[in-house]
Design a protein around this ligand. Structure first.
Ligand code: NI
Length: 197
């Protein structure tokens, strides 16, 4: 296993690859297992929630998501090491959105391809997604809300060459958490509150 370099939105050569429409994957493909292991290692190293193949330079329809574990809190409300719910990993091959809720809510989101930056993006409150597993079998996740539904919308956008910065409706909401760390050191432990997709 190895970590891969994550391409950046603000680099001209990287951006060209990130803007490409990804091609479907023919399944099964025995080479995918090693690639997916590298993607999870890269995701963990970057402390993100989701990573799409084009972000490591591969224009193919593959994305991974890992919903972080839920930890028990102590009397002060601080997280302990005790896990209530383990992490939930997802591997989505050739995914597509089948249905979105009519209602959209603005949420602050970030992307591993633009470290430290967060902006407000309107996302559907839930998404139904169809995809293939490693055996090529069709699977469906119905009405996924919260972080999973939101991450799937962000990652499937990546596969279609759409970056979250293009979906920000009010650019005044775009902010750099690193600057805030410098300006407001007292707040630093609380940042970033938003997940990096
Ligand atoms: Ni992203």
């Amino acid at each position: 296993m190895a970590t891969r370099r994550i391409l950046r939105i603000d680099d001209a050569a990287d951006r060209k690859i990130l803007k490409a429409h990804c091609r479907p994957i023919k399944l099964p493909d025995p080479k995918l297992k090693a690639l997916i292991a590298d993607m999870f290692e890269t995701l963990h190293a970057a402390q993100g929630v989701g990573l799409a193949a084009p972000q490591i330079g591969l224009p193919i329809q593959l994305t991974i998501i890992e919903i972080p574990p839920l930890y028990e809190t102590d009397a002060n409300g601080d997280e302990t090491d005790a896990i209530i719910e383990p992490a939930r990993p997802y591997v989505l091959l050739n995914p597509r959105i089948v249905k979105l809720s009519e209602e959209y809510v603005p949420r602050m989101e970030g992307c591993l391809s633009l470290p430290c930056w967060y902006g407000e993006v309107p996302r559907a409150t839930w998404a139904t997604v169809e995809f293939q597993d490693l055996d090529g079998k069709r699977q469906r996740i119905r009405r996924a809300g919260d972080l999973l539904g939101w991450a799937m919308q962000h990652e499937i956008d990546h596969l279609n060459g759409i970056l979250y910065t293009e979906r920000i409706t009010n650019l005044d909401t775009l902010r750099n958490v690193d600057d805030e760390h410098a300006a407001l050191p007292d707040l630093a432990p609380e940042l970033p509150a938003e997940p990096t997709l």
